[in-house]
Design a protein around this ligand. Structure first.
Ligand code: SAM
Length: 326
């Protein structure tokens, strides 16, 4: 099992299947985002090789993300192959849900276990303003289809942006009164060219909690306020589901981080908010042996940064969120 130099057990790999996306969310990337040529991205056989090496080192939890993972060609076949890989115990996906109406069942049949779906507001006009291109009805139908396909538990993600959707936390949290879903609110994080906007429009988790409680009553911590992954969970009275807060900016959870990220161009990134990366694709294409590649993974794990530097105004400039995968 790979340990970093702070004795954290790093066993969770989030894989960006593509840097492309069918939305242009204001908090994620510029509207005129330029994407890498496909030949520079990790191909299916290369991805399966890297995942196999990682499982042999002790990684067992995998999440597919992007860009938008469902726009990758052959995504169902790729999920099937990943699910069959020995050592892959957990396989989930973070998606904007636009294509789930069509893909939820085939993905579930291929071996995908769960989905997290991004939905920042239920209001169609605000949704279009935030995502620039999207129709919230498509996302809603994708969520319903994912639930029917057994991709459970359903977790929903909303990034809250001042001036766009800070009041929508109430309607979104109210979903948990009638659905056994986990509705998670994310503090916006700053990256690259979009950092100024992200830092000026960030909404703190405490403000979100206050708004929800003022409208819907007290939020009671679930299991004494323990972290579930990256989310701190609460429950409204008589609710079927939970409300979570991912407060990476104001209440970082770096001490319990178990993650590494593989970017779509084959770099192992050891902290979302730090620029340090280890290139795996170039050596793989140059013929590096499995042992050499494993040594690079272990070296990257060892050098995993302790945590982000937002408190000291250190912002990663080398990539925006869509290029890393969240
Ligand atoms: N396209 C997929 C989606 O929309 O879920 C997967 C990729 S997206 C980069 C992964 C997650 O990161 C989404 O929940 C998205 O809302 C979140 N995200 C994007 N930009 C962010 C930012 N600046 N701060 C915090 N979360 C962000």
């Amino acid at each position: 099992m790979p340990l970093d130099r702070f004795s954290r057990d790093i066993h969770y790999l989030r894989i960006s299947l593509t840097d492309r996306c069918n939305l242009r969310c204001v908090y994620c990337m510029p509207e005129d985002m330029k994407f890498r040529p496909r030949a520079e991205l990790v191909q299916d056989d290369e991805l399966l090789t890297l995942v196999r090496l990682c499982t042999e080192l002790g990684f067992h939890k995998f999440r597919l993300t992007g860009g938008e993972p469902t726009v990758r060609a052959n995504v169902v076949e790729l999920v099937h192959s990943l699910a069959q890989t020995p050592g892959v115990r957990s396989l989930s996906m973070t998606t904007n849900g636009l294509l789930l109406k069509k893909l939820a069942r085939p993905l579930a049949e291929a071996g995908l276990q769960r989905v997290n779906v991004s939905i920042d507001t239920l209001d169609p006009v605000k949704f279009k303003r935030l995502t620039r291109w999207g129709d919230v009805q498509d996302v809603w139908e994708g969520i319903v289809e994912s639930e029917a396909a057994g991709l459970l538990p359903i977790k929903l993600n909303a990034v809250i942006v001042r001036g766009y959707n800070e009041d929508d936390v109430v309607d979104l949290a109210a979903l948990t009164l009638y659905h056994n879903w986990q509705m998670r609110f994310i503090e916006m994080m700053p990256f690259g060219d979009v950092a100024d906007f992200q830092q000026s429009q960030v909404v703190r988790a405490q403000e979100m909690r206050d708004k929800i409680e003022a409208a819907l009553g007290p939020l009671t911590p679930v299991e004494g306020g323990k972290l579930d992954g990256e989310a701190r969970l609460y429950r409204l009275s008589d609710a079927l589901g939970d409300v979570g807060f991912i407060s990476s900016v104001t209440e970082p959870f770096c001490a319990s981080c178990t993650r590494a990220r593989l970017t779509a161009d084959g770099k192992l990134r050891m902290c979302l908010l730090r620029e340090y990366e280890m290139d795996l694709l170039t050596p793989l294409r140059a013929g590096a042996s499995p042992d050499d590649l494993k040594a690079l993974v272990l070296k990257a794990v060892y050098h995993k940064p302790w945590g982000h530097g937002l408190a000291h105004n250190v912002v990663p400039m080398n990539r925006v969120m869509s290029e890393i995968g969240g």
